[in-house]
Design a protein around this ligand. Structure first.
Ligand code: NDP
Length: 335
């Protein structure tokens, strides 16, 4: 079925895209010319303004998460709707949107389910809008739904100056929590404090700092996206019946472990959530996304774009993210 578009004659048949040729290092990402995808039923085609780089893009590229190659990576992007698949609302044509669930976002056009679209409000730059959906909605579900942190509780965030880390710290602090973060350099720790962390320390000092700030009780919750290297310290930072929310493995995946560890640690809880399970309907997705975009437009939420890299140099951007040298969002741009 051929898609409807604002101006069909303007839609090219091919466009530039980054293609992952197989599982491997950043060098498998090639800037090349491929056919423009057609939106399927319930989907739209978007002309890309900005693309968000996320850690999951590196897991898929490296083979940690299985993918069929060759493929165009990327799930987070922003832009203008230029064509509609069957069954979508005509009013979407020409609108400014962003999504955390794009297909093939590392390209000049991408497709996405209409249900995943977040309207980008005036006051937010369309290219920069790609910086918020995935890391923002992740931070939102972690501290509002997975473990809804409340006034007076202590929350720990690892990688406190990362994309999720800076947003999560702001949201948890806005809920009234005392937020303690870990980050690897003083520059990162300073950014984390500015985002609202009561204390931001080196990983080696995290456990002791949490004990000190909670009169030896430990934290109510640890939000840990670093994984393998921090897992033990994260468990040890919890108070009895505290919850470890393990949401990623930037340092590697946590190996299988003995459940008795939870008993000896004080009847602890561990959960391993993903954004997919917290954006199960269009309403849930929009509820989270619209609240975040409104807060950004109103100046209540700061979205740090630490790096801007041309999309054609996505391989370089992956190297930066994996080398721990980035802070906040790495935005891939088309200009
Ligand atoms: P970040 O911007 O946080 O970058 C990763 C950070 O992890 C680094 O800057 C670094 O901070 C820290 N880190 C610690 N050890 C390593 C290591 N060995 N290699 C690389 N980085 C390391 O990335 P994101 O905000 O995109 O993602 C953070 C985590 O959240 C990732 O694990 C990601 O997979 C996960 N995630 C999970 C989601 C979910 O729904 N489950 C959704 C989105 C992200 P420092 O130098 O300060 O240690």
């Amino acid at each position: 079925m051929s898609p409807t578009s604002t101006s069909p004659a303007d839609l090219p048949h091919t466009h530039h895209a980054v293609v992952a040729t197989g599982a491997g290092g950043p060098e498998v990402l090639e800037w090349t010319q491929v056919p423009v995808p057609e939106p399927g039923p319930g989907q739209v085609l978007v002309r890309t303004a900005g693309v968000g780089l996320n850690f999951i893009d590196t897991y898929r590229r490296s083979g940690v998460y299985p993918v069929d190659f060759p493929s165009v990576p990327g799930t987070e992007a922003s832009g203008t709707v230029v064509a509609l698949g069957e069954g979508t609302d005509r009013a979407l044509l020409g609108t400014r949107v962003a999504t955390a669930a794009a297909q093939g976002a590392y390209a000049e056009h991408f497709t996405a389910d209409a249900d995943s679209l977040l309207p980008v409000p005036q006051g937010v730059d369309l290219t920069e809008a790609a910086a918020l959906p995935l890391q923002g909605m992740t931070a939102h579900y972690l501290c509002r739904s997975t473990f809804p942190v409340t006034e007076g509780q202590t929350a720990v965030v690892t990688a406190g100056a990362g994309g999720v880390g800076l947003l999560l710290t702001q949201l948890a602090a806005a809920c009234g929590a005392q937020v303690v973060t870990a980050a690897s350099t003083e520059h990162k720790r300073e950014l984390s404090r500015r985002a609202g962390a009561t204390a931001s320390v080196d990983y080696a000092d995290l456990r002791a700092t949490v004990q000190e700030l909670t009169d030896g009780e430990g934290a109510h919750v640890v939000y840990d996206g670093v994984g393998k290297d921090t897992f033990e310290d994260s468990l040890a930072s919890l108070r009895p019946r505290g919850m470890l929310v393990l949401f990623g493995g930037a340092s590697g995946q946590v190996p299988p472990f003995d459940l008795q560890r939870l008993n000896s640690g004080g009847g602890l809880f561990v959960t391993r959530p993903s954004l997919t399970w917290y954006t199960r309907t269009a309403e849930e997705t929009r509820g989270r996304g619209e609240e975040l975009f409104e807060a950004w437009a109103a100046g209540r939420l700061s979205v740090r774009i630490g790096e801007r890299v041309p999309l054609a140099e996505a391989a370089h951007a992956h190297t930066l993210l994996e080398s721990r040298s980035t802070t906040g969002k790495v935005l891939l741009t088309l200009d």
